[in-house]
Design a protein around this ligand. Structure first.
Ligand code: ITT
Length: 196
């Protein structure tokens, strides 16, 4: 049977990126529609990634299950929005979160004071396994949003070497360098090796 896993997320953008990373080799399955994931209560990305996977494992048996948690960590804000990235403005709203972050950064005028990193932790469970895979990418918070692709904070996260935000890249281009692709390429390699 083809390699596959259930992805414990309701975020369609993550799903699209992860499907593209897995390509033809690994099938990514969606949780059944009736499942509503509980609020994320962990204190770290790792805990939350595990909690998402564990929750789905109560419904899905005999398959690999993957939970992932990601966040944007801004150096001068002591790592905020970090694990609270999805609700930074008080609610789940990409535009509001961006506005709030740019406001928090308004006194940092120099590029070197606007360093940030995106981090993803993926947790694989099932079939007696529990493993974590981490990916990280460094960049800068821009002074205003640029680009129309992607989701979340993509329009204000600039990649140093190319000078473009994630939102100015296609999905395939983002997937060549992103935090998520680094974590999920490790997971993919692990699953492929494991299947031999
Ligand atoms: P699930 O928990 O259902 O997987 P979520 O949207 O709640 O989906 P997270 O808890 O991982 O995902 O929240 C992370 C937030 O960080 C997300 O809502 C975005 O605002 C932001 N984020 C994560 N990855 C990102 C990326 O690749 N580009 C831009 N923003 C991202």
């Amino acid at each position: 049977m083809k390699l596959c896993f259930y992805l414990a997320t309701k975020n369609k953008n993550k799903l699209k990126e992860i499907k593209n990373i897995m390509g033809d080799e690994i099938k990514v399955l969606l949780p059944p529609d009736f499942i509503e994931f509980p609020e994320e209560k962990g204190k770290t990305l790792k805990e939350n990634a595990y909690l998402k996977a564990e929750y789905l494992s109560r419904y899905i048996k005999d398959y690999y299950i993957v939970g992932e948690d990601s966040g944007l960590f801004v150096e001068k804000l002591n790592g905020l929005p970090g694990i609270n990235s999805a609700h930074f403005s008080g609610k789940r709203d990409d535009k509001g979160n961006i506005k709030k972050l740019l406001e928090e950064m308004k006194n940092y005028k120099k590029k070197e004071d606007r360093k940030a990193r995106f981090i993803t932790v993926a947790c694989l469970i099932g079939k007696g396994e529990k493993r974590f895979f981490k990916g990280e990418v460094k960049g800068y918070i821009t002074f205003s949003p640029r680009g129309k692709n992607g989701f979340g904070y993509d329009p204000i996260f600039e990649i140093p070497k190319i000078g473009k935000t994630f939102a100015e890249l296609s999905l395939e281009e983002k997937n060549k360098i992103s935090h998520r692709s680094k974590a999920f390429l490790k997971l993919k390699e692990y699953l492929i090796k494991r299947s031999f």
